[in-house]
Design a protein around this ligand. Structure first.
Ligand code: NAD
Length: 289
């Protein structure tokens, strides 16, 4: 069992740290928000007074922070207090560029480092069933497996540094487009006199099926657990989808890739997020009606 510093105990980091404690690890936590640190202590996490204090003397450092800027700032602060050989795992969703920059910083300081963003949301974090997409070298990944296990449903190696973030951005660009087109299909079906349930029953057994329909159906009725059945309470908030699409669009422009549908989806979510950032992203169907 390992001693793990956990930095960023928010919606995702709080339950992830709690699962590491349940998995038998010793966890030292820090968050800028004192109430979140207190909640983590109730889950068995030992509180540190600063990120530097949390990191000192641990085997592993996990970050679960809001942005690339926050991850860069935390790495700048803690690396001078780390011990060469420590394993750094960043599970925040950040740009591929930031992920590769913090990887280089950590490796230059003598550390092992992985980018390991997740999908599965707050429910997956609480249940310990997150999907980790991991970028970095094989030795670091092997060392990370017993650390990720109590938090993970699956761990997918994606190649070198930054590739976990690349996989995450590509997945969420697909999801954004699918959620819009599923909304378009329900809107069209309603105008053609086809019931929501009939469309759901046909498409979930046909070639148009996808998670945006089968689990996140944007009309209430067919899926009891979908956010649409609960006034579009998230789920996956539009603000977070919009953040991920911005990262994807930055990657499209820096690489010169062609993504006409992803780019249009990003424009639609940008406009929708201006007024409805707190709603589940499937609520974008409302703009189509
Ligand atoms: P959150 O805002 O709830 O948590 C982030 C935490 O980091 C906050 O509590 C904040 O106080 C803390 N923090 C910021 N700077 C810090 C510092 N210098 N030292 C210590 N703590 C600091 O966000 P979240 O929903 O938990 O998401 C975290 C990351 O996971 C984001 O990058 C997000 O994009 C990604 N993510 C979120 C979800 C989701 O459903 N919420 C799903 C997948 C990925």
């Amino acid at each position: 069992m390992s001693t793990i510093a956990f930095l960023g105990l928010g919606h995702m980091g709080g339950p992830m740290a709690a699962n590491l404690v349940k998995g038998g690890h010793e966890v030292v936590g820090f968050d800028l928000v004192p109430e979140l640190l207190e909640a983590a202590v109730a889950d068995g996490v030992r509180a540190a007074k600063s990120a530097e204090e949390a990191v000192a003397g641990t085997d592993v450092v996990i970050t679960m922070l809001p942005s690339g800027a926050a991850v860069r700032a935390v790495y700048d602060t803690v690396l001078p207090h780390a011990t060469p050989g420590q394993l750094f795992i960043d599970s925040s969703t950040i740009s591929v560029e930031d992920a590769r920059a913090v990887h280089d910083l950590a490796v230059a300081a003598g550390m092992m480092q992985l980018d390991a963003p997740v999908s599965g949301g707050v429910k997956g974090a609480a249940a310990g069933t997150l999907a980790f997409m991991v970028g970095g070298d094989d030795a670091a990944l092997a060392a990370a497996q017993p650390i990720l296990a109590p938090m993970a449903g699956k761990v997918v190696p994606c190649g070198g540094p930054g590739n976990g973030q690349a996989a995450k951005l590509c997945n969420n660009m697909i999801l954004a487009v699918q959620q819009i087109v599923v909304g378009e299909a329900f809107t069209l079906a309603e105008k053609l006199g086809l019931s929501d349930q009939a469309l759901y029953d046909v498409v979930t057994g046909a070639t148009g099926n996808c998670w945006a329909l089968s689990a996140n159906c944007p009309v209430p009725g067919p899926v009891e657990t979908a956010p649409s059945a609960n006034d579009f309470r998230p789920g996956f908030a539009t603000a977070l989808m919009n953040k991920d699409l911005h990262l994807a669009m930055d990657a499209v422009s820096t690489t010169g890739a062609t993504a006409p549908l992803g780019s249009h989806a990003a424009e639609l979510y940008d406009a929708f997020a201006a007024e409805h950032s707190d709603l589940d992203f499937s609520a974008i169907i409302e703009t189509l009606r």
